[in-house]
Design a binder for this molecule. Sequence first.
Ligand code: GCU
Length: 137
Amino acid sequence: AATTTYQAENAARTQGVVESNHAGYTGTGFVNYDNVTGSSVTFTVNVGTAGSASLAFRYANGTTVSRPMTIAVDGTTVATPQFASTGVWTTWNTTTVNATLSAGSHTIKTTATTANGGPNLDSLTVTDAGGGGGGAP
Ligand code: GCU
């Protein structure tokens, strides 16, 4: 399978800002969603092999309350994971959902569903359904 990581700070966003004040992020920073319902980050990803792909979101949530977000592929919601507390803003965990993706380009939009907004989002790692390689390390 082919694995590609997309940095949140390079993605499109509404109601959020790129910051780098909490250590442990990859790339050059992370997106701090505004604390409002509807704040979002949209990644454009490229898939080599059609099938069930893994979408792994690396994030931090230093509050005690989960921050659910809808995950929409090309405009259709496929999951609403919780993005549970990571304890502090410098601890980063990964939440993974699976989605069936055709080969080619897709938008992956992550939208906060509560007034707390989204977590701090570091990156999205997409692993496609391609065989033969044994998958991500
Ligand atoms: C704090 C934290 C931010 C975070 C925010 C939030 O201000 O420093 O990084 O995004 O809380 O609750 O969303």
